[in-house]
Design a protein around this ligand. Structure first.
Ligand code: NAD
Length: 368
């Protein structure tokens, strides 16, 4: 049996970092006997150039047929003036929507070797390991009514609607509780129950799921503004944070900055499990297409490599290999190997390929 993987390199540094994902998949196949069938398709600006749209129906069909999708990044200044539905980002939002990826998992981990890259003091972030679970397909980014219209008095009005149903809250809560069980068994649910009805419903319904199915997990609630503050004051108090689309957008970006580098952070977006036990899933680094360094061979591929580790863990249950990849990345950093974005002043650096090769060499060493 082999896993079908759709690779979507996208734009900018995407093709460069996806090359290192490919190298890792080959290693896993050759050395660990995990068989992959990979194919590649276009998404984002490059898809617009060649197919006229940022996400073609053919690519959607291939993504649906795959066991997992690995996407690098989309976007670039070349496409900034396009109407919204043709912009590269529409490809990214489109694939999330088509695969109904409602749960976005964003780990924020501080590697000891990079502790000085954090904007916070080492004592505050040492050993940090948070998982933010963001609801991705509902809430104010999708709620109706929405729009901008003219008022009779000559003013204009802009409207967005924050809306959540019980089933949307229950399914994201279950993802968070399941993750907590294999981590430190703590979930902090975040909303604004003090001023928003949708927040009150969120808090009540998370409590319902907790009481019925996850009594063994430690649940706390926090207001989103307090959470933003606590992430800076004492981030290690958190294990799993579960929150809505809007607050999750901001809190996960804030948490990522605690770790110091965009080039290091992976993510997973998961959908529902179908009748055959297959769960739609897409794995991607959180960074963008970095047009400023595209084509130079210097992009950090570690976020993409760590995204492959998340895929092994969450889509295929290969926790041992996922741990191995995480460990190899940690050892490579401990050995002082750096791409430019994570190097200290004057420190020697390697390029994208050099970093990918260093991880493979470490994997060889760890598994010999
Ligand atoms: P960005 O993440 O692309 O880059 C921000 C900065 O971080 C740049 O200086 C870049 O060189 C650096 N950087 C990012 N990833 C790196 C890596 N792997 N190695 C080394 N350095 C890295 O964000 P931006 O500049 O705001 O956006 C550029 C384009 O990417 C825009 O078109 C934006 O819309 C798009 N974008 C896409 C995604 C996505 O595909 N998920 C996410 C964010 C931004």
């Amino acid at each position: 049996m082999s896993y079908k993987i759709l690779l979507l390199p996208g734009d900018g540094i995407g093709p460069e970092v996806i090359g290192e994902a490919r190298r890792l998949l080959s290693w896993l196949q050759d050395r660990r006997g995990i068989a992959f069938e990979t194919e590649e398709a276009l998404v984002g600006g490059c898809a617009y150039e060649q197919e006229g749209v940022p996400l073609s129906d053919a690519t959607i069909a291939r993504a649906k047929a795959a066991d997992a999708v690995i996407l690098a990044a989309v976007g670039g200044p070349k496409w900034d003036a396009l109407p919204f539905h043709l912009r590269p980002e529409a490809g990214l939002l489109g694939i999330r929507k088509e695969l109904e990826l409602f749960a976005n998992l964003r780990p924020a981990i501080v590697f000891d070797a990079l502790i000085d890259s954090s904007s916070l003091k080492p004592d505050v972030v040492r050993g940090l390991d948070i998982m933010i679970v963001r609801e991705l397909t509902g809430g104010v980014y999708f709620g109706e009514p929405r729009g901008i219209s003219d008022l009779p008095n000559g003013e204009r009005i802009g409207i967005n609607t924050q809306v959540y149903t019980t089933s949307e809250i229950h399914r994201i809560a279950r993802v968070a509780f399941d993750l907590a069980r294999v981590r430190q068994n703590r979930v902090c649910s975040v909303e604004k129950a003090n001023v928003m009805e949708s927040g009150r419903l969120w808090r009540e319904e998370v409590a319902v799921v907790h009481a019925k199915e996850y009594g063994d997990v430690n649940l706390s609630n926090m207001l989103a503004d307090n959470c933003a503050m606590q992430l800076l004051r004492n981030p290690r108090q958190f294990d799993v944070i579960v929150t809505d689309n809007l607050f999750g957008d901001m809190l996960s970006d804030e948490a990522s900055m605690l770790t110091g580098s965009l080039g290091m952070l992976p993510s997973a977006s998961l959908g529902a499990t179908d009748a055959h036990g297959k769960r739609a899933a897409m794995y991607e680094p959180i960074h963008g297409s970095a047009p400023d360094i595209a084509g130079k061979g210097i992009a950090n591929p570690l976020a993409t490599i760590l995204s492959v580790a998340m895929m092994l863990r969450y889509s295929f249950g290969h926790a041992e290999e996922a741990d191995l990849v995480d460990k190899a990345v940690q050892n490579v950093l401990n050995a002082g190997i750096r791409t430019g974005d994570i190097a200290a002043a004057g420190q020697q650096t390697v390029g994208t390929v050099g970093m990918g090769q260093a991880v493979i060499a470490e994997l060889d060493r760890l598994s010999s």
